[in-house]
Design a binder for this molecule. Sequence first.
Ligand SMILES: Nc1ncnc2c1ncn2[C@@H]1O[C@H](COP(=O)(O)OP(=O)(O)OP(=O)(O)O)[C@@H](O)[C@H]1O
Ligand SMILES: [Mg+2]
Length: 257
Amino acid sequence: MLKVEGVSKSYGSGLWGGPRSQVLNNITFTLEQGEWAALIGESGCGKSTLARLILGLEERDGGKITCSGLAVANKPRHRKALYRLLQPVFQNSAGCLNPRMRIKECLLEPLRNFESIGAGAEQKEAEKLLAMVELPPHILRHYPHELSGGQQRRVCIARALSIKPRFLIMDEALAGIDATITGSILMLLKALQRDVGCGCLFITHDLGMALYMAPKILVMRGGQIVETVPIARSAGDFVHPYSKQLFRSSTLSCLKK
Ligand SMILES: Nc1ncnc2c1ncn2[C@@H]1O[C@H](COP(=O)(O)OP(=O)(O)OP(=O)(O)O)[C@@H](O)[C@H]1O
Ligand SMILES: [Mg+2]
């Protein structure tokens, strides 16, 4: 279970520690094993900050985060144990794919870190991981820049899933790639959701994507969760005025195009 309890975070402004702005305020939610939840909210409301706190990349001001009983702390020595349970997939593939490493090395990095995989089994394992995200084995020899954005995202997803984490933290992981590729990655994620059994906090601006991917939707505004819908099927399942406004403005923006 991923448990976030009363988490808060503020940042000081400027080098000399001017007035602090409260970015997250008393965030509480849980994700059961295998559960997917989408986190939606306008730009700047604190979604990525929450993702970084869950991943132990920053210090929180207050509250508690645990993943399968392990307390999350922003301490390098805790990170290895945490990343065994939690794997990030970010918007920026470059963050997970080292440009100087071939795809095979990028893909196998977590497995080599966390599990003892014999050199003889590596090629087969790498091919299996690529097949899971429907990529051909020949790309193992390539460097990240030789892949398309969609292919890079698939590699990042396969890499994150390679160690069978309990949860994925996906922060705008599919933003900025074209609709056809996004559609096929979403279908792939849906299949993985069924087959792999890992939970996910799926952060997105795209309300349609949120509804498609996750039954549970958390709506964030100004650093607070203003509404949690355990099983959301359409805009009509939301009651908070801000959630309704989000859906309205997304429909309007579609109509304007
Ligand atoms: N390191 C930092 N120092 C100071 N302020 C920060 C820092 N990181 C984030 N913030 C502020 O915290 C707020 C929340 O930022 P965050 O990146 O979490 O938003 P977000 O919901 O992910 O937005 P987006 O949808 O655009 O990605 C913003 O006002 C941002 O300026
Ligand atoms: Mg963000």
